[in-house]
Ligand binder design. Structure first.
Ligand code: ISL
Ligand code: CA
Length: 580
């Protein structure tokens, strides 16, 4: 609850910088101010957000019908998952035509209405750029596989087999080999993901020019930037040496020889001509390496999704039991690695990872809401651009999967074939993993209300089952409850937007080793804030480290008004923000 109502201000004028007559372009601690550093992003997974025509599949008019919901939440940017024509082998991440809207999602006219609706509400739209690979039904690949002499042959990677098998020992992210033998020309093609997702050959300048052309097509329509799918994998070593024993294939795939050259060319040829936001999905890049992509002086991308957070909570398909010091370490390492020339994202979930509250919080009936509010506080008081994944603002939870038949995701279905059907792993152990880490946990339909199928669709068969807890966890119920997770997110987004120290302020963890309490400061010039969160169900009497004394309580998820003290009486899963 914000303790002091500050006058609502425009995104572009910040109180601690408002002393001058014009908007300051650099903060006290050296950050060049931009709209995308001050934004809060909301990720929409279109297939599961809202179905407008009763076919059980979310669509673009459905999103348009919910823009008021998103505007009132207070987010500024919407990241739309792949909306292009696709056979949906990997739910839209296998694109057949980059300039056509997926039939199930609607038409280009629908897209234009959505974009106009977003702009009218002073929000922005970024779309998903998936150009490490295409669908095998894309015309480029249809041509490429026809013959070795086809002009599109080297749009992809084709290699002869070796010793009767694939050209090398690269594994796919989706089980099995990363090479597929194509009988027409009796050569193998590379697919780091599904067989139906052949990798584009970025060493071919025609490929790069065609990609830049499709980027300009959407930018000229007015989109405000891109989230770039597995962008760190686009450069390959064309010799394709075998992985050596012990080598992590993700690191090898992400360290191609020309990655930075291509990103700088993309920036020079396309991005620098528009006022856009870019965020790269950065598999295989450490926090330490992050400035190589996001340092503004390198003119590559604005920010990336590191996997440091994902790697805290999972090892591939298996959930990992983590400690709070391990989670804290990610933020301190990020703060140490990035100076004022480098910005980054803050995220805890997305369409590839399980639900926020089930993974980092506690989704029991007693602690689901309190822990969701603590996680909202972590997301919205760290330095970086926060990304909220659809439904996490409601505290939606993982799904109680029992059988593989309930799961649609190709990553899981391929792993089932590779590991369970071959008896390497029992079905029970596999399904226990799925309940914790399956991507479908986050892809179940958005829970709008307590009517059948949670108001997501009028169809009796949504493409993926609705979580059975929708009657108690849904937007309508939370909009009516001032103490709901939704309203906490809404209030904290507003508070962050008018509190520059929470956006740009220096970050310092005051107690990295504490196993239950996460406590840090955010400081920007005279603005000094203390964030305190308990990451467990246990109440804690907590003496603040050193001579730190909490000042005025300005925001809290709890009932206590305690302030102006060095010792805090914290309940389980409670978040507080103090002015120092
Ligand atoms: O690594 C993963 C889990 O954290 C994989 O699930 C995921 O495939 C990987 O992060 C890359 O993700 C991106 O590319 C894939 C697509 O399936 C994912 O949905 C997308 O986010 C291939 O396009
Ligand atoms: Ca539909």
């Amino acid at each position: 609850m914000p303790r002091r109502r500050l006058a609502p201000i425009l995104l572009l004028v910040i109180p601690s910088l408002a002393q001058t007559s014009h908007t300051i372009s650099v903060t006290d601690n050296g950050y060049r101010r931009t709209w995308w550093k001050e934004a809060v992003v909301y990720q929409v997974y279109p297939r599961s957000f809202k179905d407008s025509n009763g076919d059980g599949i979310g669509d673009i008019p459905g999103i348009t019908s919910k823009l008021e919901y998103l505007r009132s939440l207070g987010v500024n940017v919407i990241w739309l998952g792949p909306h292009y024509d696709s056979p949906n082998a990997d739910m839209g991440y296998d694109i057949r035509d980059y300039r056509k809207v997926m039939t199930e999602f609607g038409t280009m006219a629908d897209f234009d209405v959505l974009l106009a609706g977003i702009k009218q509400r002073h929000m922005k739209l970024i779309i998903d750029l998936v150009v490490n690979h295409t669908s095998d039904e894309h015309r480029w690949f249809v041509e490429s596989r026809k013959s070795k002499a086809n002009p599109y042959r080297d749009y992809y990677f084709w290699r002869p087999g070796k010793n009767g098998g694939p050209p090398n020992n690269f594994p796919s992210f989706f089980s099995g080999s990363a090479w597929q033998l194509d009988p027409t020309t009796n050569e193998y093609y590379l697919h780091l993901f599904a067989v139906k997702q052949p990798d584009l050959n970025w060493d071919n300048p025609k490929v790069r020019q065609d990609v830049y052309g499709l980027m300009k097509f959407w930018l000229d329509k007015g989109v405000d930037g891109f989230r770039m799918d597995v962008i760190t994998l686009i450069s390959k070593n064309p010799a394709f040496p075998d992985l050596k024993p012990g080598q992590n294939f993700v690191d090898v795939y992400a360290s191609g020889p020309h990655l930075h050259e291509y990103l700088q060319e993309m920036n020079r040829d396309v991005l620098s001509h528009y006022d856009v936001m870019t965020v790269g999905e950065a598999l295989g890049i450490s926090l330490k390496q992050t400035p190589l992509i996001v340092d503004e002086r390198r003119k590559e991308l604005n920010m990336i999704f590191n996997f440091a957070i994902v790697n805290v909570m999972r090892q591939g398909r298996h959930i990992r039991h983590w400690t709070l010091p391990e989670l804290k370490a990610v933020y301190s390492e990020q703060a140490a690695a990035l100076d004022a020339h480098s910005w980054n994202t803050i995220f805890l979930s997305n369409h590839d990872n399980p639900r926020l509250v089930s993974t980092f919080g506690n989704d029991s009936a007693r602690w689901r809401e309190p822990s969701a509010k603590v996680l909202a506080t972590l997301l919205l008081t760290q330095r970086g651009t926060p990304f909220i994944y659809q439904g996490d603002e409601l505290g939606m939870t993982n799904f109680p999967f029992k059988t593989i038949a309930e799961i649609e995701d190709i990553e899981a279905k391929n792993a089932w074939k590779a590991d369970v059907e071959t008896r390497k792993e029992t079905a029970d152990a596999f399904m226990d993993d799925m309940r914790h880490t399956s991507r479908d946990n986050s892809r179940t339909p958005m829970q709008w209300d307590a009517t059948e199928n949670a108001g997501f669709t009028t169809s009796r068969s949504p493409w993926l089952a609705v979580n059975p807890n929708y009657k108690s966890i849904n937007a309508t119920a939370e909009l009516a409850d001032p103490n709901s997770v939704y309203h906490y997110f809404q209030r904290l987004i507003a508070f962050r937007s008018r509190t520059p120290a929470l956006i740009y302020g220096d970050y310092k963890d005051l107690n990295p080793g504490d196993p239950k309490v996460f406590v840090y400061t955010r400081v920007l010039g005279p603005e000094r804030y203390l964030v305190v969160m308990t990451f467990s169900a246990d109440a804690v009497t907590y003496k603040l480290p050193g001579h730190v004394r909490a000042g005025e309580l300005v925001f809290t998820s709890g009932a206590s008004h305690e302030g102006h003290t060095g010792t805090l009486h914290l309940s389980g899963w409670e978040a507080r923000i103090y002015r120092l």
